[in-house]
Write a protein that binds this ligand. Sequence first.
Ligand code: GLA
Length: 660
Amino acid sequence: MTKSTKLRLLLALLIGLSSWFSPDLFAQTAQSVYLDDLDISSVQQGWASATARKNLRNKPITLGGKVYERGFCTHAPSEAVIILDGKALTFHAVVGVEDINADLAGVKPVIATIIADKKVIYTSSQLISGKSQATIDLPIKGVKLLELQIEGVGGYSHTHTSWADASITYLGAKPQMVPYPSDDKAEILTPKPGPAPRITGPKVFGVRRGSPILFRFTATGTKPIKFAVKNLPEGLFLDANTGQLTGSLGSPWNIITLTCNLEVEASNAVGTTSRNFKLVVGDKIGLTPAMGWNSWNCWAMTIDEQKVRAAADQLVNTGLADHGWSFVNIDDGWEAADRDSVTGILGTDQIKFKDMKNLADYVHNKGLKLGIYSSPGKWTCGKRLGSLGHEVLDAQTWAAWGIDYLKYDKCSFSAAIPVSPPTHYWHQFPYQVMQKALRGTKRDIIYSMCQYGEDQVWKWGHEVDGNSWRTTDDIIDTWASMRNIGFGQREAMPYTKAGHFNDMDMLVVGQVGWSDKLHPSRLTPSEQYTHISLWCLLSSPLLLGCDLTKLDDFTLGLLTNDEVLDINQDPAANPAKVIRQSAQEAIYTKTLEDGSLAVGLFNLDYDAKSIKVSVADLGLSGKYIIRDLWRQKDTGTTSKEITCRINRHGVALLSLRKQP
Ligand code: GLA
C-alpha cells in the first residue's frame, strides 16, 4: 500500500468517525447551559408554575442577601427532571429558600435532594430563609436522568425556593427538562356496571328535626329503575321513578335522635335488589363525606351559570350521579361587586349569574344539591366581597335561594381581628358566628370550613359544627402536591368521625386548569388511582375539580367504582390507621362497618415493586378472603401475609374479610 493510500484511508476513517460521533463529542468541547434556559414549565411543584430568572414574586432571585441573575424558582415541594445522554459532566447550583420568605411567619425550612438515575447523590441540610443556602458542585458523568427535588420539612408546602445559578456542563446532547418519563398505561380497572339493579351511594343519611329532606336513592343497572322504601315514616315521600326522598320529620321527636331503619328496594326489567338504609333524624347532618363537584380547580374565577348548569347536566348524563356524586358547588367568583344599599343583601355578579334561586331549582330538579362559597373576612381569596358583619343576612339569603352547602374560606379574616397571630379563640370565632347563622336558617346546609389546617382545626372543627375542614393548603395536579397532602395527614387522621371529616382538598383528576385554559391532570394513571384510593380510605370529601363536559373513559372509570366509593362512604366513618410509612411505601387501613378491613398498599418509590405485609401487622388473625377493590374481584385467601406488585406511585386497594 502506497503512502498516499494510507493517508486517504486514515482520512476516511476520521471522517467516518466524525459522522458517527456527535460533532460536539468529536470536538470534545464542553458546553454549559443554564437550567432557566430549558423548558421549566415541566417542573412539578406545590403551587403555581416555576419562574425563570425571577423569584415567584417577580423580584430578583435573592438568597442570603446575594442577588443572582440566573436560576429558577419553585414552590416547595418541587421536582425538576432533566434528561441527559450520559455525557454531561458537572452540575452546579446554589439552592435555598428565597430571602423574601423570611418575612412570612411560620415558613419552615426545606431540604434539597439530587437524584441521579434513581440514586440519591446529594442531600442538603435544612435550608432556612435568609440564613442557609447550599452551594452544590457535583460530577454527573454517565447520568441519564437527573432529578432536583425540594421538600418542605414536616410536609409544609408553598415555601418559595430557588435553584440559583443552576447550570450543567456537557459534551453530548443538550440537557432537556421534561415531565418525569412514565410508561404508565391508563388502564381502566373498574368493571362496567351490569344490567341488574345495584343500589349505590351512602347507607346512612342525617337530617335535622324539622328540616326539609333532600336525598336521592341511587342505583346502577338498566333503566328505568323503580325505587321503593319499606318502613318509611309518615311525613316523608318517595318518588318511585327518581328515588327522590322529600318531606320533613319534626315533632314528636324533638328531644331524641331517632334512627329509622329503612329497607330500600330498586327494581328494573332484569331484577330486584334491596339494601338497609339508616335515616338519622336528630341534630347531625353530613354523616358521610360530601361527594360532588366544585368549580375551583377547573374554572376558578371564570365560573358562570352556564358552566354550573353544564356540570349539573353532566353529573346526570355521565351517570356519575347514579354513583352518589350529588353536590354542585360554586366556589369563589359568583358575588356582586357591592351589597344592595338598602337591604345589605349580597347578590350575584349579574354578568355571570342571573338568578341563583332559579339555578338552585334547576339543580334540585335533577336530584342534585347546590353549594356556594364565602369568606368570614371582608374579602374572599379572589378579592370578592366576603360575609364579615353580614353573616346572618348572608345565611338567610343562601337558604332562601335553596343552597345546600357552604364552603367558608378564611381568606382576609385575619386582617379584621385585633390580635396577630390569631389566638385559638380568634381561629374559632368566625366559624362559630357562621355556624349560628346557618343553624338559624332551619335549612340543612353542609358546613365546609376552609382555613388550611390552621390551629390544628381537626381537633376542634366538630365543636363549631364543621362537617369538614381543610387540613392543608390548596392542591394542584402534581405528584408532589397530591403526595404531600395525601400522605401528610397522620396527625389529623384520628379525628375523623361521622359528620366531621378532614378535607384533603378537591380532586385533581380529569381536565383541570384554574382558569378557562384547561389541561389533563398531570398525575400519571397510577398516581390518580393512588389519589382516589387515599381520599376514600381517609374519608375526605370527594369533590371533583374538573370540567365534567370533557370526561374521558379512564377518568369515568376512576370515579364510578362503587366498591371504592363505599370505602369513603362507609357509615362507621372510622379513622384510617397507618400501619407503615416511609419515603418508599405506605400502608393504610380502615375498618369498615361490616367488620372487614380496607387496606391500601402504596408504592411511593421510583419503580414498580412488590409490597408485602403480614396479616398480624394489619392487626388481624385468622384466615381472610382478599378482594381487589378496583377490579372488584376476590383474588385469594391468606392467614399469613399479602404481597402485591405495584406500579411506581401506584396502589393496591384491597379488602380483607374473614373467611367463614
Ligand atoms: C382559597 C381556597 C381555594 C379556593 C380559593 C377561592 O385559595 O383554598 O380552594 O376556594 O380560595 O378564591
